[in-house]
Design a protein around this ligand. Structure first.
Ligand code: E4P
Length: 218
């Protein structure tokens, strides 16, 4: 399973990368705004800075919602670095844009996916990644994990190459269950990745080992 970090914060990206388990980064316009990144030149420079930290897979989202606008913007984003994956919303022109970029050999991440039907469309258009938002479905009392299971099953049935990128992950159980289901990728905040480290028996066991060592060695 690939781990992506869902943030535009350079320190958090560096921290996750230094842990040695990071395979990529997902950003979105809200995450960029949270870091105060605004204006075309700053946005491009920030994506470049992210690309300079990680080895691959930096999702950069288009703002345009019409086909021509998405193509123009997506091409500009793709020029920043080979690591860029153009993130396109699941709307009619978005599906057309994914098809276009696939033919051009530019990788895409189809975002804001909330149904199996949308995921099927993204795969047929040739998206490199599809991003179902688990947490936002849970927030409205739908089962986000069931959607991941459905999409993994459908893609397996037909051998679609599109990777299932479980997004909007809120806690470690989401991540573990996505791994059990067989999602290809999970994107989550840094705290979800670092929370995987925690177990009280690890802390207790380590304290005991160190205490016994200290006793034996004076
Ligand atoms: C995915 O690519 C999105 O950026 C993200 O996972 C959305 O998460 P949220 O629902 O916590 O905003």
């Amino acid at each position: 399973m690939k781990f992506f970090i869902d943030t535009a914060n350079l320190n958090e990206i560096q921290e996750a990368y230094d842990l040695g388990v990071l395979d990529g980064v997902t950003t979105n316009p809200s995450l960029m705004a949270k870091e105060g990144i605004a204006g075309e030149a700053n946005v491009k420079a920030h994506y470049k800075a992210i690309c300079d930290i990680v080895d691959d897979n930096v999702s950069a989202e288009v703002i345009a919602t019409d086909f021509d606008g998405m193509i123009k913007e997506g091409k500009e984003l793709a020029k920043i670095d080979d690591k860029i994956v153009v993130k396109i919303p699941m709307i009619k022109d978005g599906v057309k844009a994914i098809k276009y970029f696939t033919a051009e050999g530019i990788r895409t991440n189809c975002t804001l996916v909330f149904s199996a039907g949308q995921a099927l469309l993204a795969a047929k258009a040739g998206a490199s990644y599809v991003s179902p938002f688990i947490g936002r479905l849970d927030d409205i009392s739908y089962d986000g994990l069931q959607l991941i299971e459905q999409i993994v099953g459908i893609y397996d049935n037909y051998g679609y190459m599109t990777e299932v990128l479980a997004a909007s992950i809120r806690h470690t159980m989401h991540l573990i269950q996505c791994a059990e289901i067989g999602a290809d990728v999970a994107t989550c905040p840094l705290k979800v990745i670092t929370s995987l480290l925690n177990h009280p028996l690890t802390d207790k066991g380590l304290a005991q080992f160190l205490a016994d060592h200290a006793k034996a060695n004076g």
